[in-house]
Design a protein around this ligand. Structure first.
Ligand code: NDP
Length: 460
């Protein structure tokens, strides 16, 4: 067998790469990891984690309103963006440091350099020479994508810049209707920024259940986000104070800032995949089999660069499965079925399994259970926010195919529901679970009447 510098060389120290590197190193393998930015990847440095801090920060204004209904009064609360940013950056630095420590403690070596494959066993590290490895794992993640095909597109920022704005704008337009657009619309709106969300389709959050999508739109609107549907940018012009977005409909919207959250693309630029013979699929992602192996026998890829399900916990499980298979002699593939996810919109969404439309398409007849209500916290102070809970059940087998929640703590609730759905729970088993009272989640196990659409009236 050839002698290599490393048993495994990982390109990218994000969630998937770090998990694979740590596990492999703990098996006694000699492991190297290259990272061109900071250790931690999108999730820790410029994604899930800082985003969630921003969500927490932005929820305070609404919570203060609720608190008044509960008898609190306080003098005018103020928010300082700079103080928040400093605290956020300190916490991100601490978390990145933990990733570095964990890698080092496991015995993996970190090289701070951009890596490029020279051939299937050789990795060139910019400014630091080349290394060879028996096995190579590509875990470079994704990067925001924004259109460039209209005048003024150069003025657009993405989520990358949104985490580091020198100051909060007074107004912002966010284009897109996916996770990032919806989450940042809630964040900016909560922080007092006049926020307009512009989406090209008929309703935001394509791929989620239709009732849930309509409900989130309605609730976000109640909280003050202006949502413009069926509209696209024709051009952007710089003005004295900000930008004018000229829309394809002929209308124009002026804001201090324009942010696009129009998807992310696998990050394969300059990776030397061609030199190593690694194939991409039609979407430009590294093509892999169920063991995350590429077409080249000693090269694997995990996480967003493979564009399967682009979520941190999925990348971690793919990385762990790779390490189990290759370094612990235990062939393991991650099952991508029934992966729950949460949108940290305001109110947030938790979802696992199939939407009603997908369930009807794949399973034929389904029973729907749906509840839309004002939670007790809201009724007390006379608020108007409503929650929505929806179950999609296969009619013949009574298997629960989908569970969808919009409301406070929906992401926490859905994690538990995902266990039951992953185990193949049926509606009678679900119903045999006794409620926890008084909670929002108890509604999940007390829905007995099948839903008929007219119950929701025109709002659903
Ligand atoms: P998404 O793929 O979720 O959404 C992209 C949005 O941009 C869609 O609404 C899409 O419209 C729209 N769009 C695409 N191209 C254009 C265009 N040319 N002009 C106008 N609109 C356009 O991407 P995000 O960037 O929001 O997030 C990327 C991924 O990151 C997510 O899919 C998710 O996997 C992950 N993520 C997960 C989070 C979580 O777990 N909470 C949080 C943030 C990100 P259309 O629907 O019509 O295609």
């Amino acid at each position: 067998m050839a002698n290599y510098d490393y048993d495994l060389f990982v390109i990218g120290a994000g969630s998937g790469g770090v998990r694979a590197a740590r596990l492999a190193a703990m098996s006694g393998a000699k492991v190297g990891v290259a990272e061109e930015h900071r250790v931690g990847g999108t999730c820790v440095i410029r994604g899930c984690v800082p985003k969630k801090f921003m969500v927490y920060a932005s929820e305070f204004a609404h919570n203060a309103e609720i608190a008044q209904g509960y008898g609190w009064s306080a003098s005018q609360a103020t928010f300082d963006w700079k103080t928040f940013l400093d605290a956020k950056d300190r916490e991100i630095a601490r978390l990145s440091g933990i990733y570095v420590t964990n890698l080092s403690n496991a015995g993996a070596e970190i090289v701070h350099a951009k890596a490029r494959l020279k051939d299937a066993h050789t990795v060139e590290l910019e400014g630091k020479g080349s290394v060879t490895a028996g096995k190579i794992l590509i875990a470079t993640g994704g990067r925001p994508w924004k259109p460039t095909d209209f005048a003024g597109a150069e003025h657009i920022i993405t989520s990358e810049e949104a985490f580091h704005l020198a100051e909060l704008p007074k107004s912002i337009m966010i284009a897109g209707g996916g996770y990032i657009a919806v989450e940042f619309a809630g964040i900016f709106n909560g922080l007092g920024v006049d926020t307009t969300l512009v989406y090209r389709g008929a309703n935001i959050l394509r791929g989620f259940d239709d009732n849930i999508r309509a409900h989130v739109t309605e609730e976000m609107t109640k909280r003050g986000v202006k949502i413009v549907l069926g509209s696209e940018h024709a051009s952007i012009e710089k003005t004295a104070t900000g930008y004018r977005s000229n829309m394809s409909s002929g209308s124009a919207i002026e804001t201090d800032l324009v942010m696009f959250a129009t998807g992310r693309k696998p990050y394969t630029d300059g990776l030397g995949l061609q030199a190593a013979g690694v194939k991409l699929n039609e979407a430009g992602a590294v093509a892999v089999d169920k063991f995350s192996k590429t077409n080249v026998d000693n090269i694997w890829a995990v996480g967003d660069v493979t564009d399967r399900i682009n979520l941190t916990p999925v990348a971690i499980r793919e990385g762990a499965a790779f390490a189990q298979t290759e370094f612990y002699d235990t062939p393991t593939s991650f099952d991508h079925d029934m992966v729950a996810s949460a949108v940290f919109s305001q109110p947030p969404v938790g979802s696992v399994g199939l939407s009603e439309a997908d369930a009807r398409h794949q399973h034929g007849k389904v029973d729907i259970y749906l509840s839309r209500f004002r939670p007790m916290k809201t009724t007390f102070y006379g608020g108007e926010e409503r929650c929505m809970i929806k179950l999609v059940v296969e009619a013949a087998s009574q298997k629960v195919l989908g569970c969808h929640v919009v409301g406070p703590d929906a992401p926490e609730i859905i994690q538990m529901a995902a266990i039951a759905l992953k185990m193949g729970v049926t509606k009678p088993q679900w119903d045999s679970t006794c409620a926890v009272h008084p909670t929002l989640a108890e509604e999940l196990v007390t829905m007995r009447e099948k839903y008929a659409p007219q119950e929701l009236g025109a709002t659903a």
